[in-house]
Design a protein around this ligand. Structure first.
Ligand code: WTA
Length: 652
């Protein structure tokens, strides 16, 4: 496959920045960056490295190579510590500036940590971890709700060179156990109990069960329990320790471990096409440059901003835009523990007004839910502090985009849709605020230095307007380096579909002037409310029920969640099987968040003669989209299709 020549790369994007008839012309500075990054990426990315505090400045930008064994390597020779870039250097220039504003979900719970306070709290925990025996290069699991300690824990790991693995609070004990064993975490931080509106989530109890499940494979020595509600929870003597008591014993200063640029900063598990979640490894130097660069450029960062990214820290969005990007840039981050509409609708708007939030970065699911509320909810709030709005995680419909722009932004805020992935570390395609004219519903343009490309299924580059598999022709600093303990899987997953390119797993359409529209995943990953769920993970969990012969999970369009999960299940004995068994198996194996929308108990699944399930057909049948089912004669049992159509039609 031919690689893109410079001329072709040039053709694929920049005209859009100077296209006539644009409502706002992009600023010269942004155009300048696009051109510089294209003409001399090495020089451009070395210059961007100056955004960080290095102990030794790198000798080169990239030694990455998408061929052969695949190497993603940024800033060789560079030595730094991510927590120094986020804390220490701001400590000298703005010690009393608010680094973190935290609001709890109960009335009146609010705390403001200056850079000095945050630094001290990170250091106390870093010292605690060192005392508990955590070494550079070892993994620490963080299983916490949106409390300041979650962010403090990430930075404390970075400080001592431990690799953090943030685990989602919604995982079942099984899901946690799998990730604890795979990462080899030696320390866990969890909460006594987490709050979600009226609900209480027994974090410690869930973690205890998880640790029992993986007892033989786990390397966990200690569990630090953060008192979130103060509830009393069982403590295992010798293993479990109270966070508050332990950090109180330590000094508020702790030397930062010098790290090579490519030393891992964190692992983050995400779903793919197979059942086993993969731990993507992000290095320190490249990731931090990307976090800082993309935060500054996408959100047109200003020192006076109060930046609120509503993502949970267990998501890559929470890593890059709750923690590392804004703090590296010396910003003020807003962290809110609770739900958008609890205890009453409009709670998030109150958080914005009370704290003077200037940038509000959330998901299309949140926007769609807010659109459904009584308009009085929004009208009774001021929202005048806002200047930029953003979304991430799934496509935003033009209708939702306009509502966000007109009603929340009152027509005066830039709205940025941002396309990116756990694997990309930070934003890749967007209409950077106040630099690129957005188009409602489009992800828009690749950031400077991002060489987005479309390939057809034969692996040929699509030029100009067209549709295809979204790939990257060249590495960028935020790119994940590998999959934890499984580089072969990394290569296989991302670099074999389109050899020589990074394959994103998404499809996209490009307009003649370079604007990208994401059409969705082309693999077996479903995106429910922005949460990536591998259909294979669901099927593996269901397979643990011995009454099930096989199952197939597919995604269908969903008004509120973007996509919903539908499961077709073939039981051993028809008539006696209850679909609740599927829900139980998914809740136990994956977590309640992945419980399907709809379950159809069926006699068989549509398969090719070689026994491969034809998911394309299941997707169409489940979505009641019966046009263009195609040639069914190649199926092992063509009659099954009509049977499924009738069943889905009857059950709705
Ligand atoms: C999807 C989230 C359309 C996409 C940061 C991608 C999007 C997957 C958008 C990554 C967007 C994310 N428009 N689709 N703006 N943002 N996606 O790893 O399918 O949780 O591959 O990272 O979400 O999900 P992940």
């Amino acid at each position: 496959m031919a690689r893109l020549s410079n001329r072709e790369r040039w053709d694929s994007v920049p005209e859009a920045f100077v296209a006539p008839g644009m409502a706002t012309q992009p600023t010269g500075e942004y155009c300048d960056m696009v051109l510089k990054a294209q003409q001399n990426p090495e020089a451009f990315w070395l210059q961007q490295a100056q955004r960080l505090a290095w102990q030794t400045f790198p000798q080169a930008a990239s030694r990455s190579d998408f061929t052969g064994d695949v190497l993603v390597q940024w800033y060789p020779g560079g030595v730094l510590n991510a927590s120094e870039s986020c804390l220490d250097r701001h400590l000298h220039t703005q010690p009393n500036k608010a680094a973190l504003i935290w609001e709890g979900q109960e009335d009146g719970q609010r705390e403001v940590l200056s850079y000095k306070d945050l630094h001290a709290r990170v250091c106390r925990l870093a010292n605690t971890m060192r005392r508990l025996g955590v070494k550079k290069g070892e993994c620490v699991a963080i299983h916490l709700p949106m409390v300041a300690e979650g962010i403090i824990a990430m930075l404390a790991c970075a400080r001592i060179g431990a690799i953090h693995v943030v685990l989602f609070g919604g995982f079942s004990p099984e899901g946690l156990a799998e990730r604890l064993s795979d990462s080899g975490a030696v320390l866990v931080l969890t909460a006594d109990v987490a709050r979600r509106g009226d609900k209480r989530i027994p974090s410690k109890e869930t973690m205890d069960t998880a640790l029992l499940r993986c007892a033989e494979k786990s390397r966990v020595q200690h569990v630090l329990v953060v008192p979130v509600t103060g509830a009393s929870v069982p403590m295992h003597v010798g293993r479990d320790l109270n966070y508050a008591q332990e950090v109180a014993k330590e000094q508020p200063d702790c030397p930062a471990e010098p790290m090579q640029a490519q030393d891992p900063l964190f692992l983050l598990y995400t779903s793919g096409s197979t059942g086993r979640p993969k731990g993507l490894v992000h290095g320190t130097g490249g990731y931090m440059v990307w976090a800082s660069f993309t935060h500054a450029v996408t959100f047109d960062h200003k020192p006076t901003d109060v930046f609120w990214c509503t993502a949970d820290i267990s998501w890559i969005t929470g890593h890059t835009y709750v923690v590392y990007g804004p703090l590296a840039n010396g910003g003020t981050i807003m962290v809110y523990e609770g739900l958008p509409s609890w205890p009453q609708p409009g709670r998030w708007w109150d958080v914005i007004d009370r704290n003077g939030v200037t940038v509000f970065y959330t998901s299309p699911t949140v926007v769609r839910a807010a659109m459904r509320e009584d308009s009085a909810v929004l009208q009774s709030r001021s929202l005048e502090s806002l200047r930029i709005l953003g979304t991430v995680g799934e496509p935003i419909s033009p209708e939702a985009w306009h509502w966000f722009h007109d009603e929340v932004g009152k027509g005066r805020c830039a709205v940025v849709d941002t396309w990116w992935q756990t694997e990309t570390g930070g934003v890749m395609i967007t209409a950077a605020a106040n630099s690129v004219t957005p188009r409602a519903g489009a992800a828009s343009l690749p950031l400077p230095g991002v060489e987005a490309t479309l390939l057809d299924t034969q692996g040929t580059v699509v030029h100009g307007a067209g549709e295809g598999l979204l790939c990257m022709a060249r590495s960028w600093p935020g790119q994940a380096q590998s999959i934890w303990q499984d580089h072969a899987r990394f290569k296989q997953t991302y670099f074999t579909t389109c050899p020589g390119y990074y394959f994103t797993g998404d499809g996209a359409r490009r307009e003649a002037d370079g604007y990208y529209w994401i059409t969705g995943r082309v693999d077996d990953v479903v995106n429910v409310s922005g949460q990536r769920i591998g259909t294979a993970e669901i099927e593996d969990a269901i397979a643990t029920d011995h009454e099930v012969v096989e199952s197939a999970a597919v995604g269908i369009p969903h008004d509120l969640k973007g996509q919903g999960l539908v499961v077709f299940v073939v039981p051993r004995a028809q008539g006696v099987f209850h679909p609740d068994a599927v829900n139980r198996a998914v809740a136990a194996g994956v977590g309640r968040y992945a419980v399907p929308e709809k379950i159809y108990v069926v006699r068989d699944l549509p398969k090719t003669r070689s026994g491969k399930i034809v998911r394309r057909l299941l997707r169409k049948i489940a979505a009641h989209d019966l046009d263009g089912l195609g040639d069914l004669s190649t199926l092992a049992d063509p009659d099954i299709v009509q049977e499924l159509i009738a069943l889905v039609g009857a059950q709705g």
